[in-house]
Design a protein around this ligand. Structure first.
Ligand SMILES: [Zn+2]
Length: 187
């Protein structure tokens, strides 16, 4: 186990090739997960999503999980297909195997993983409310140079209510990269 501090502020722990900062598992272009990591969605995430789904329905907002846990092999398949079709841009929206947050079991795509979802009632509802259930908008608008990914209003990461509220930042989403002072770049 390796322990170190960033800016004397955040505690980084690397255990079995997995990086945790202040206890939060980190996956991005810099930090990857082992090939055999994970099996399914995190139980707390599922519980939080079900509560959110129920509350959203009262406002006639229909939410469903489109994509949840993904294995390394499944991610490899998806990524390779995108790279074949769109070699120049695929890295802006598809993670290389080992680097997808979906492999952590802590991320979900909701309803529709395409630009058509942008500004939909569901996307707008999620933007205002997800943090109350412990989710964050992982790849906000205008932060692609920081996260390494284009705006994805369908992709949410479960972090728990405390950090979610901080990153929601009264509607001006802060990224995990900014908050923890880390990069997201392939080495
Ligand atoms: Zn996703």
């Amino acid at each position: 186990m390796i322990k170190l501090k960033i800016n004397n502020k955040h505690l980084v722990i690397i255990k079995k090739c997995i990086t945790y900062i202040d206890g939060y598992l980190i996956v991005n272009k810099t930090y990857s997960l082992p090939q055999n990591y994970g099996k399914k969605l995190n139980r707390k995430l599922v519980k939080a999503f079900n509560k959110m789904k129920k509350d959203a329905l009262k406002e006639e907002i229909n939410l469903k999980i489109l994509s949840g846990f993904r294995s390394f092999d499944r991610q490899k398949e998806i990524y390779n297909n995108y790279i074949k079709e769109d070699p120049k841009n695929a890295d802006n929206y598809s993670a290389r195997p080992g680097h997808s947050e979906h492999q952590s079991g802590l991320a979900i795509d909701i309803n529709n993983a395409s630009d058509a979802f942008i500004n939909s009632n569901e996307a707008n509802w999620l933007d205002r409310n997800v943090y109350k259930y412990g989710f964050i908008l992982r790849y906000p608008k205008n932060k692609s140079n920081i996260t390494g990914y284009k705006y994805e209003p369908w992709h949410y990461r479960y972090v728990g209510k405390k950090l979610a509220k901080k990153l929601y930042n009264n509607g001006l989403w802060e990224t995990m990269e900014e908050y923890f002072g880390i990069e997201s770049k392939y080495l």
